[in-house]
Write a protein that binds this ligand. Structure first.
Ligand SMILES: [Zn+2]
Length: 172
């Protein structure tokens, strides 16, 4: 079983993921494969949708100070949120080469999830991890960060994206 990163505008990125009912070998090997793919592509987060698997699975590693700090989340869900995060730039392994500022992210979130050992856990954060969690949980609902751009910026994105694709084709 080998999965590849799905890239905009693959329709799988628009679908909703299903909750995981049982943590079996398949789920564990998926989470580990997602972790490997994330590291290979130097990402800080990856949702299962991004490799074409419609299950509520997310891996995150901000690698602060060069340390690995892997979080593997099953069925993550935002249960509380507050405030507005200061402006910041986001990117996405499914929208390679494009970065932009999203203005409506929440500052603080409380997320509940199940870890790889089946324990129910919560994360409460109001730093950058909060933004990454919101970005990844959006994926599970079929939402990409570029969907959260203003109409003007969306038009700019589409133009830039066409340009990026042309450059990629020329480079091939
Ligand atoms: Zn993403």
């Amino acid at each position: 079983m080998e999965h590849k990163i799905r890239v905009y505008s693959d329709s799988v990125l628009r679908r909703k993921a299903e909750a995981v009912k049982k943590i079996d070998d398949e789920i564990i090997s998926l989470l580990n494969e997602m972790k490997d793919i994330m590291y290979t592509h130097n990402g800080i987060g990856l949702a299962a949708e991004q490799i074409g698997v419609l299950k509520k699975l997310v891996v995150i590693d901000l690698r602060k100070d060069g340390n690995n700090d892997l979080i593997q989340l099953i069925n993550p869900e935002i249960i509380e949120s507050e405030g507005i995060y200061e402006e910041h730039e986001e990117g996405c392994l499914s929208v390679p080469g494009y970065y932009d500022v999203i203005k409506n992210r929440k500052k603080g979130v409380k997320v509940k999830y199940i870890d790889i050992d089946g324990n129910e856990r919560t994360i409460e954060t109001d730093d950058f991890l909060s933004v990454v969690l919101q970005h990844e949980i959006d994926h599970l609902n079929g939402i990409l960060f570029v969907d959260r751009l203003s109409p003007v910026k969306k038009a700019f994105f589409r133009k830039e994206w066409r340009k990026l694709q042309k450059e990629r084709k020329t480079a091939e």
